[in-house]
Design a protein around this ligand. Sequence first.
Ligand code: CMC
Length: 428
Amino acid sequence: MADRKATLTVEGLDKPIELPIYSGTRGPDVIDVRGLGSEGLFTYDPGFMATSSCQSAITYIDGGKGMLLHRGYPIDQLAQNSDFVELCYLLMFGELPSKAEYANFADRVTSHTMVHEQLANFFKGFRRDAHPMSIMCGVVGGLAAFYHDHLDITKQEDREISAIRLIAKMPTLAAMSHKYNVGQPFNYPRNDLNYAENFLYMMFSNPCEEYKINPVFAKAMDRIFMLHADHEQNASTSTVRLAGSTGANPFACISAGIAALWGPAHGGANEAVLNMLDEIGDESEENIQRFIDRAKDKDDPFKLMGFGHRVYRNFDPRAKVMKETCDEVLEQLGRADDPQLRIAKRLEQIALEDEYFIERKLYPNVDFYSGIILKAMGIPKNMFTVIFAVSRTIGWISHWHEMLSESYKIGRPRQLYVGHDKRDYPTD
Ligand code: CMC
């Protein structure tokens, strides 16, 4: 596998160290530094600025070109021609399903949408005003207590059953966390509906009136699920892999992923974008410019939420599809001239022409427009990151499954210790 070698000369060492270099299908080559430990050296890379933590065949991002491929297929083509359930199959199993495989997989997912009745008691332990993400961290971790019949992570069949349970039950749990928040009864899933329709039904239906699913909303919801499905070794996926490397059960690993996703630098950004647009409020040019100036001011912690990305140094391809979907939803609602959309578009325009953002290659990311669509569909802000978690579950579980299908080691980084040297405990 090693095509080339890197030679490292270290002051104080008698001879140079040879390190193998590997090439993937695409992307930068990697230097295998694992041998350095036996030479008494570690590499130092806080924030993983130049470290590949694993090899993977699931997703590829070219940040410079604004390219995102799932199993080789570009995200815009998938968003145009596929649906979330098919994407789940593709991410998990590596190939697009045949018609029969699709039907069988959709059927398996559908037959696992209900959750154990006792789980409702978990919800009741939370305060009504608990953030739904905190509820999700708890109840998803708690699933291991209910579904321990197939938890032998060394068996492919058990891993698949847990994966299907997670994909199927996440929308149910997400909708339950919302219903608990607003004080309405939980809805059982309806298996005659597709994945996105069922989620909207469980979110919005109530016993007092019939809920009609808007097909434009269902399509938009499915797109939102697709656009967030996977993004290679991001913070939450790496968290899931790290937790999984200890042999932890899949429900515990996904719960760890949900916790990592919650932060505003990651999945919490979609809620933060809407908070920012609310805070901007007034769409006058001077006011919008004031927020741009704040984002550029190093003494101000304010950042333009929904802007910038560790990997993309060009347009986030997901943001392009998200913007189109946003226009479709608002058009359908007769709100194409939504004031928040106007503020968002103007912010984007000013930022894209501003030297600060150009120099740093900061572009809108997937979260910049998703919040506006979700809000237009009547989804409360505190559910935005939960929806991200529902979508990303397939990415997390596919990476977990991939890791366990290959040889792997427990993830255990080292450190550069800068604390006190050994000293004696004072005894007098
Ligand atoms: N507004 C203003 N300045 C920014 C922003 C922003 N949104 N993002 C980055 N910068 C600046 C940053 O201050 C730094 O400036 P300088 O070089 O002068 O110190 C430079 O751009 C490089 O940024 P960085 O923080 O070193 O980049 P990073 O790769 O460590 O962080 C990020 C990436 C996404 C955490 C960051 O861009 C950010 O906080 N963006 C806002 C939050 C957000 O939208 N997050 C969602 C990411 S996409 C969804 C997901 O995958 O979870």
